[in-house]
Design a binder for this molecule. Structure first.
Ligand code: SAM
Length: 380
């Protein structure tokens, strides 16, 4: 029989922390709050520290039988789930406090993470447990070494973005059940991610065959939150959003994602309405502005528009397409919240082409593009 752990005040030898994984631990909420209460009524820092060591040992040693830990089979509404590494970090912070007052302050903070949820108006991130969101990026430089190719995602459509972009944006700027609009849906990367994250999504794509392909991909992805999605085969410079939204029985969207052609870097079709066929940079920018203005008309005030775009060279000069496009959108009544610079590796480039570009860069005094931008703009 396993020894029953006692929540006594005796000093345990601390078990070395070898578990540093992202594993989750299920805990009985009532027992946990009782334990927090015991901590708060400790008369000395030493007593409090010993209790923390005791609970850490229970967490780290599965052979100690304690009714604090819930087995997966017994999970119910009384159960709370913690990221084990984060919980241990919080317990260490309490244990290492220099005063009893400080330790109790940290205990109260931990208690809050269990008893209340604090979210903003634009996402489901529980700020009382913010340390557990280590999957969410908050730096403005993203060096991602590989694309998420799980499920139906594939790199097969030349010019699609990596799923991590819409994934991060939807987690930061939408709540579950809200609506996302992708004005350049391509093969449906945003819609696939939206479905996985429990967000509804509509996408606009000019090329009929690509819209059809995207529909096939999205349908093949399991829809475990029963979300709604639809791809419209249309020109996003003048999509009739009123009727599109009416057909979906919604009045507005809560996030817009725009991943346009980077002007003529990749020619997507022969259609003159395709932004990759714009006659000049100015005409590209004017088409892009129309797309943004049209989408902004159905975006809720205070919500976000994400523009993903890179720069280009023309006639030996760097054309700052990203910043020019950003300016067009700022002029529509948006404020700039952040600019993320993201790396990209040209996977399709042959070694010989890479060498040629390197030679040209050395000879011509320029740099080879290895980054693109994610502009995060807020509707005023
Ligand atoms: C950079 S790709 C977007 C890729 C998409 N993010 C994905 O992951 O598949 C740009 C897409 O915009 C489409 N497009 C270009 N002009 C358009 C327009 N006026 N209306 C709607 N789609 C357009 C192109 O056909 C292309 O599929």
């Amino acid at each position: 029989m396993k020894p029953k752990a006692q929540l006594t005040f005796s000093l345990f030898d601390e078990i070395p922390e070898i578990k540093t994984s992202n594993s989750q631990v299920k805990i009985n909420k009532t027992k946990f709050l009782e334990f927090a209460q015991q901590l708060k009524t400790s008369s000395t820092l030493l007593i409090l520290r010993n209790k923390i060591i005791e609970i850490k040992n229970i967490l780290l040693n599965s052979t100690i039988n304690s009714d604090l830990i819930v087995s997966s089979a017994k999970t119910n509404s009384e159960t709370i789930e913690f990221n084990q590494a984060c919980l241990l970090e919080d317990l260490n912070q309490i244990k290492d406090s220099l005063t009893l007052e400080r330790a109790i302050y940290y205990v109260e903070r931990l208690e809050k993470g269990v008893t209340s949820v604090k979210t903003s108006d634009i996402n489901n991130i529980n700020l009382n447990r913010w340390k557990e969101y280590d999957d969410i990026l908050t730096d403005s430089l993203w060096l991602l070494d590989k694309r998420d190719s799980s499920g139906v995602h594939s790199a097969g459509y030349w010019g699609n973005f990596i799923p991590q972009i819409p994934n991060q944006m939807m987690k930061r700027y939408t709540k579950k059940g809200e609506w996302v609009l992708d004005t350049f849906a391509g093969c449906g990367t945003t819609l696939i991610e939206a479905q996985r994250l429990g967000r509804n999504c509509l996408g606009i794509e000019l090329q009929a065959n690509i819209a059809e392909k995207a529909t096939g991909f999205i349908s093949a992805e399991p829809n475990r939150y029963s979300t709604t999605w639809k791809i419209f085969n249309d020109d996003s410079t003048n999509t009739d959003y009123k009727s599109a939204l009416e057909s979906l029985r919604i009045k507005s969207v809560q996030l817009v994602i725009m991943h346009p052609p980077y002007f003529d870097i990749i020619k997507f079709s022969d259609d003159l309405r395709d932004l990759s066929n714009a006659a000049s940079v100015d005409s590209f920018l004017s088409m892009l502005k129309n797309v943004a203005a049209n989408a902004a008309s159905v975006l809720d005030k205070g919500r976000y528009l994400i523009l993903v775009i890179g720069d280009k060279y023309a006639g030996g000069d760097w054309i700052p397409l990203g910043f020019l496009a950003m300016n067009e959108i700022l002029n529509l009544g948006f404020s700039l919240k952040s600019i993320v610079v993201k790396n990209f590796e040209d996977t399709t480039g042959k070694r010989s082409q890479k060498d040629l570009w390197r030679y040209r860069a050395l000879a011509g005094g320029f740099y080879i593009f290895k980054h693109e931008y994610i502009f995060i703009l807020k509707k005023k």
